[in-house]
Design a protein around this ligand. Structure first.
Ligand code: HEM
Length: 428
């Protein structure tokens, strides 16, 4: 299906016969809200004919599937990385030098999923997070120092991306000088997941991932020889009950998940939070009047619900499943649609209204639910609470910068985030 404008695509999705929906169309990945409302109401179990993926869109169904890993497995042989199955000679050459993408936490089922997670759970536990608070606070202030005098910035580039990147790099144990490379590699992983790359894009992403692997294999060797107090050391030297330590491919898989899951998602929610203030002056006024910890926490949860950056996650059926009268055959690839679940009108009244005073705003599943519930949820929440407190303390009157258009989103099947957000503001 080709459309003459993004508006056309979105309008068509709201009006066309349901079987004509093209849910992976880039314009609908950018702006899925109208389509999602239709899917929830008319086709809560919908098979996309183009990709063959089953879209599960209602809150109660997404929660049920996330809580039933025996039926909905997270082990995904090919769908997470199309490069693996490529017959392109250049791609095969890159893949031949790369470590295989072995399933670990996010992409693994119990009991192995639990085993991998055990190695890093402590690093994201309450004691470590408390110790990290001064660093998050200082980094937020430092980033604001960098753009406050200009009175405007691209918030995504100036704050949204660098804050979580610096925090996660400090935890993994990589030096500040390597931040640009970590960012480039994160983008390579995201591109690989987007399901939107052409052949050259896929090759570039595969090369980026190979560079990431070479860099981290070296760092891992260093930590085996001389462990430090960081996630790299924990992962490479992990051994519970005398089990053999993880091999390089397992460690790389864990590190890539922490890097990718930790960066883009938090960056997306931080940035969308600022846009939601601009776009909802009544809510902004409430927070201007009271930005104490309870109100900031409500704001953060409502931003997470509306933004839901981890929008869809893969599952594979291990048996035939019948839902709403539709049978999904065994071995089908499905999407657990966390973003659609968070906008389900059956749970959230007037779901696209941004309302920090909602009674049930904590009922969102932006971090998933069940055994795969986000490893970094407490960290992301801590980062967002501290960052927005510092922002309210230092900046006011956020608005779109002169000449800037309202933000648009990147077309990505799994992650929903803005391409940029050009804002003006004043010093408080
Ligand atoms: C706003 C920020 C974040 C959002 C919205 C988010 C969202 C999610 C969601 C929805 C899942 C469940 C996936 C599923 O059920 O298949 C998940 C899992 C995961 N997240 Fe996050 N995440 C965020 C931040 C982070 C951070 C900061 C880290 C860094 C450690 C992280 C690491 C992970 C990992 C490793 C998993 C897999 C856990 C497992 O399968 O056992 N995430 N995240």
């Amino acid at each position: 299906m080709t459309y003459t404008s993004a508006h056309d695509a979105v309008r068509h999705a709201e009006q066309c016969p349901i079987h004509e929906l093209v849910p992976m169309h880039p314009e609908l990945l950018r702006c899925p809200y109208g389509m999602n409302r239709r899917l929830r109401s008319e086709a809560p179990v919908f098979r996309d004919p183009a990709s063959g993926i089953w879209f599960i869109s209602r809150h109660e169904d997404v929660v049920a599937m996330a809580q039933d890993p025996e039926t909905f497995s997270s082990v995904m042989p090919a769908a997470m990385s199309r490069a693996t199955a490529s017959d392109d000679p250049d791609m095969r050459a890159v893949m031949a030098e790369s470590y295989p993408n072995v399933p670990t936490m996010l992409t693994q089922d119990p009991p192995l999923q639990r085993r991998y997670r055990k190695f890093v759970d402590g690093a994201f536990g309450p004691a470590n997070l408390r110790a990290l608070e001064p660093f998050i606070d200082a980094t937020s202030n430092h980033l604001i120092d960098g753009f406050i005098d200009a009175g405007q910035c691209n918030f995504l580039e100036a704050f949204g991306i660098p804050l979580p990147l610096r925090v996660i790099a400090s935890q993994i144990g990589t030096p500040e000088a390597d931040l640009p490379r970590l960012r480039a590699w994160t983008e390579a992983f995201i591109g690989n997941l987007s399901q939107q790359l052409d052949r050259d894009g896929q090759l570039a992403a595969a090369k980026g991932i190979l560079e990431f692997q070479r860099y981290f294999v070296q760092r891992m060797d260093e930590r085996r020889a001389e462990p430090r107090d960081d996630i790299l050391s924990k992962v490479v030297n992990a051994s519970i009950d005398g089990e053999k330590p993880l091999d390089n491919a397992e460690c790389l898989s864990m590190l890539s998940q922490i890097l990718v899951a930790g960066n883009e998602t938090t960056a997306a929610s931080l940035t969308e939070g600022i846009w939601l203030l601009i776009d909802n002056p009544d809510q902004y006024a409430l927070l201007e009047a009271d930005h104490g910890p309870e109100m900031i926490s409500r704001f953060v949860e409502e931003v997470l619900r509306i933004s839901s950056p981890s929008s869809n996650m893969f599952r594979r059926t291990t048996r035939d499943v019948t839902l709403h009268g539709v049978t999904i055959p065994a071995n089908s690839v499905c999407f657990a649609r966390f973003a659609s679940a968070n906008h389900d009108e059956r749970v959230f009244d007037d779901p696209l209204r941004f309302d920090i005073q909602r009674d049930n705003l904590r009922q969102h599943v932006a971090f998933g639910i069940g055994i795969h519930h986000c490893l970094g949820a407490a960290l992301a929440r801590r980062e967002m609470n501290i960052a927005f407190r510092v922002i309210f303390e230092r900046l006011k009157n956020f608005r779109l910068a002169d000449g800037a258009s309202p933000p648009t989103f990147a077309p990505n099947a799994l992650l929903h985030g803005m391409l940029g957000l050009h804002v003006a503001f004043e010093r408080r």
